[in-house]
Design a binder for this molecule. Structure first.
Ligand code: 2P0
Length: 333
């Protein structure tokens, strides 16, 4: 039985919507320490494995919604009007239409991304989370965060993890309709935890995450072992977070990221997001560790490298990677 994404929205929303209040919702971006790579259902964005992320503090998306004064939808990104035929606006309006279901509710939707574009981080995670949260406010739905996470997941899988600060786990779930596939906050504060973003290039990637993961699942002979290993990594990284065992967390996160990239490289044709500069950074990270500094790396569907370390290693990271942008995920907001 195939279940449509629309039926999930229909099941959670009232039949008739009305505009209740102006909305303003912030969602942080996130980086997976244990990666989501591969879907068991493409329509519902159901993952083949659970994943665990750390949110990027003030880096994320802020979405404001008000009634469109002239009766026509308007979309603005970072203050600039976006043509509704542009892919960004089309995706956004298609998601809003899953809420409106043909009802005449024209909206003015403004999104501000605080993620520096040069950081090369995807904004779809925070973007769909902020949009879902703002629609919930605008229509006065009052949905709990697990339901917001489930709806945002249909926009983009990693968006399910962008409703909380700190550590977040997205459980893969077992049900075919995805009612049990949403994220939850992990109640651990770790003020010494640091993330550094090392930008290799800010060029847009040639293969989207969505196409890349579908291609990997369909053609990579190494993918067979990924879901089980990733599920185990996710559980073990979750335990390391609870125990605040940084060596274990870093070792597993780096291994998990490399394993994800290995599955992609083995796809046919192979998919390689990492560039020579990415490998140079990885080598330097290994050298730092050999010198006794606990610094670990993770990479997503692009060549940029993200480092994780504790406050005690911050000076070493700054000295070795002066271009790094350092984020304190548990700093006061
Ligand atoms: C992650 N990535 O766990 C993994 C690691 C990229 C590499 O989630 O198709 O944009 O919209 O569900 O969420 C990026 O994939 O893909 C992603 P869709 P999404 O962060």
């Amino acid at each position: 039985m195939t279940i449509s994404a629309q039926s999930i929205f229909d099941g959670l929303l009232p039949e008739r919507l009305s505009f209740r209040s102006e909305a303003d919702y912030f969602a942080p971006s996130n980086i997976a320490l244990s990666k989501y790579w591969g879907k068991r259902d493409k329509e519902l964005n159901l993952p083949l494995n659970s994943s665990l992320s750390i949110s990027l503090h003030k880096w994320g998306s802020q979405t404001k919604i008000s009634v469109a004064a002239d009766g026509r939808d308007q979309v603005r990104l970072n203050g600039e009007a976006v043509d509704l035929e542009q892919p960004f606006a089309r995706k956004l309006i298609a998601f809003v239409d899953r809420f409106r279901r043909g009802q005449n509710l024209p909206l003015n939707i403004q999104t501000f991304n605080s993620i520096p574009t040069a950081a090369g981080l995807a904004s779809s995670a925070s973007g769909f989370a902020a949009l879902t949260g703002a629609l919930d406010q605008a229509f006065g739905l009052g949905l709990p965060k697990d339901k917001l996470s489930m709806l945002a997941r249909i926009g983009s899988g990693s968006a399910s993890r962008s409703f909380w600060h700190g550590f977040v786990q997205w459980d893969r779930g077992q049900l075919t309709d995805g009612r049990d596939s949403f994220a939850r906050h992990i109640d651990v504060q770790w003020p010494e935890f640091r993330i550094a973003i090392i930008n290799v290039t800010s060029k847009p990637k040639s293969v989207s995450s969505r196409d890349g993961m579908n291609h990997t699942v369909a053609t990579s002979p190494l993918y067979k072992v990924w879901p089980e290993q990733a599920e185990r990594d996710c559980a073990d990284i979750g335990a390391a977070v609870q125990d605040k065992d940084f060596s274990k967390l870093g070792t597993l996160a780096e291994a998990n990221a490399l394993a994800m990239h290995a599955t992609m490289m083995a796809a046919r044709p192979g998919l390689q997001y990492l560039l020579p500069e990415s490998f140079t950074i990885l080598e330097k990270v290994r050298e730092l560790r050999a010198d006794g500094h606990e610094v670990y790396a993770t990479m997503d569907a692009g060549p940029n490298v993200k480092l994780i370390f504790l406050q005690s290693s911050e000076d070493d990271v700054n000295a070795n990677f002066p271009q790094a942008q350092i984020i304190e995920p548990f700093a006061a907001l």
